[in-house]
Structure formats: C-alpha cells, structure tokens
Ligand binder design. Structure first.
Ligand SMILES: [Zn+2]
Ligand SMILES: [Zn+2]
Length: 368
C-alpha cells in the first residue's frame, strides 16, 4: 500500500469519438495521460489506490459509439475497480476493496423500496462520479458502498476488479428472474464479458440446465467447461433457425418446453431477436444488454404465453459480498477469464477491444 499521493495520475477521455451526420466524417476520440489534484475528502469518503480496472463494453460505448457520459469530458472512464483504501475514514485504511460500479443515493424512493441498483441519483465511476474513474492511480469514493476483500488466497486483487461489474450484474439479473434451483436457463451471448458470468452464476445458483448461445466456437467450448451444459453456435443463423435448433435440443435431451429463464446479454439486435423468439409459455426474458436497436415483437404473445420481459441494471451493493464469496470459493471462476495489462497500454487496448471482443476480460493495472 502506498501513502497519500500528491497528485492522481490518470488517463482522461478528453473527447469521445464524434460523428458528423452531414459530412459523414468521424473525428477520433482522444485519451490523454494527465495529473489531477487529490480532492479534499468529504465525510464518508475514502481515497482508493487502484489495483486494477476492467475494460467494459460500456467504456467502449462512451469512447466510440456516442453514448454520452453524465459528467462531461474531460473525465476518466472505468467503473470496474478494485484497490486499497489509503486515506479517509480510519476504519477503512489499509483495507482491500471492490468499488461497486453503481452506488445508490440511499435516500430516494427507489433506494428505499429495494430498487437502489436503478437509483436515478446513483454515482458511477467513469460516468457520473465527477471527473473520476478507474483508469487512474487513485479514486475518491463513498465508503458506505465498498465491499471489503478478505482472504483472497492467491487470487490477485487486480483480478477481483471484475466483481465490480461483469460478475455482479448477472447476480442482480438472476435475482430479478427469481432464479431457483432446478430452473432451466438460456444465456444469449454467453461468450461475452458479462455473459460468461451469467452462465456461471446461473449454474452456481442451482440451475438444472444452462444453454449458451453465441457465435465464437472457441469461447462456446470454454463455456461448456464453465456453467453451460449445451451450446448453440448462432453464426449465420437467423432467430428462427436458432429457435428451431433450441427446440430440437430440448426434445433430444428431454428438456421441458415451458418456464425457461432467458438472459439476453448481447445488447445487439440479432441477440435480442433470438431471445424474443425463444420466449414461450411462462418464460421470463431478462434484458441485460443495452442497445438503441429497435426490434419488432407481437407483445400480445406475452399474454398468450403468460410470459414476462424484464430489464435489469447494475447490482445492489448489498449483493457484492455474496458474489465476492462465490468468486473466492471458486463457484464462479475469475482467473481463467481475466487478463491483466499495464494501464499505459490503454490506448492500444481500447483499439483492440473495440475491433475484436477479447477472449478474457482485460483489467488494466496502474503503471502510467
Ligand atoms: Zn460495465
Ligand atoms: Zn436513490
């Protein structure tokens, strides 16, 4: 653990990629290494020395795809953070922590009725926490939401950054789905950063069957070792073809035709179409992936099916210790799905991850 620094070293998004509709010209986004002052900590705040910060699809959305951040640039992206408390509340100093990706206000009606994960006044590092984000040496955060890491064995603290987002979002989704032991589950997009944890989480919570759908065969084969019982490769298939294959699989394996819990994690039109086609009698479709794409669906079918479509966002800080325990006890695997790189490689890493989704979650570790 280092002491309190003079300055925070950070990689700021000075400007996101912009696209001019009239001229059809796009101006590349810009990340810049800089130093910012260490703010005076407010009561209830601590300063965390960052051990690692995961590169999430959401960061790439802000940087490349015109998704606006709440705090305007320049700001530092990154919301999947683990680290060590170095200043602030005495009781926290020296503790290793995970910083939840979304921190509720705890005062509003949503917070008071158990829906704090979607609190409208919530703070998210790298989006709505002023200029502060995880691609930094240090970050000031409220201490109330921190998840303390104890007895992590030989799992590096940096790897546990994924608990801040990729591994917790699926847990919240499973809760929203009222996932019960013995349930049958489909994960559309099981190969992605969040998707693979969705499969693992469903299995860890006692799902009887987990079927994974995605396009990358190498990653689908890996999913079979981590949570998935069966996989369907959807490359070059439309939603109907995938649905037909799914029903064939159910018949062959003696699986029921009703009550499936379907998790849509791709946030892509194709994935959403597949997920909707799979909705049948008493199904629940959970939407974890974001996109602005419009998909056509006859919602009257929900009535006929007595089925539900439910959106789910982030994860309540209260669930973090449970997910952390699942990660530390190996019920969900972290090391096999994480690759660390020096933070100084952030520009190349963004370019690469934007072009091809990486095999493993990339966690950047401060070196500057
Ligand atoms: Zn994220
Ligand atoms: Zn609130």
């Amino acid at each position: 653990m280092g002491g309190i620094p003079d300055k925070i070293q950070t990689w700021q998004m000075v400007q996101p990629t912009t696209f001019n509709r009239e001229t059809k010209e796009s101006t590349p986004g810009k990340l810049e290494k800089t130093e910012i002052p260490v703010p005076e900590l407010q009561p209830g705040e601590v300063l965390v020395e960052v051990a690692g910060c995961g590169v999430c699809h959401t960061d790439l959305g802000y940087f490349y795809d015109g998704v606006p951040t709440v705090s305007k640039p320049p700001l530092t992206l990154g919301h999947e953070i683990s680290g060590t408390v170095v200043a602030g509340d005495e009781a926290w100093i020296g503790k290793e922590v995970i910083i939840p990706a979304v921190m509720p206000c705890r005062k509003c009606i949503l917070c008071k009725t158990g829906r704090g994960n979607r609190c409208l006044a919530q703070k998210m590092p790298g989006n709505s926490l002023g200029p502060y984000g995880g691609f930094s040496s240090h970050i000031p955060v409220p201490s109330i939401d921190l998840c303390e890491v104890k007895d992590r064995g030989d799992i590096p603290l940096s790897h546990l950054a994924v608990v801040a987002d990729a591994a917790t979002t699926p847990y919240q989704a499973a809760k929203r789905a009222d996932l019960q032991p013995g349930d049958n589950v489909v994960v559309v997009g099981i190969t992605g950063g969040v998707g693979q944890y969705m499969g693992q989480t469903a299995k860890a919570l006692g799902a009887k069957t987990v079927i994974g759908i995605a396009r990358n065969q190498e990653k689908l084969d890996r999913a079979l070792k981590f949570g998935a019982d069966f996989v369907i490769n959807s490359t070059d298939k439309d939603a109907r073809a995938v649905s037909k294959e799914f029903r064939g699989l159910c018949k062959e394996k003696g699986l029921p035709g009703t009550g499936w819990k379907i998790f849509e994690v791709t946030g892509a039109k194709g994935g959403q179409e597949i997920a909707l086609t799979l909705v049948s009698f008493t199904s629940k479709l959970l939407v974890l992936g974001f996109s602005l794409a419009k998909v056509e669906y006859a919602i009257g079918r929900l009535m006929a099916f007595d089925a539900e479509i439910i959106g789910t966002w982030g994860c309540l800080p209260e669930y973090y210790p449970i997910v952390l325990e699942m990660a530390l006890s190996g019920k969900i695997n972290v090391p096999e799905f994480v690759e660390t790189r020096p933070m100084s490689a952030i520009e190349e890493t963004f370019t690469e991850a934007h072009k091809t989704p990486p095999m493993k979650r990339i966690v950047l570790t401060p070196d500057f």
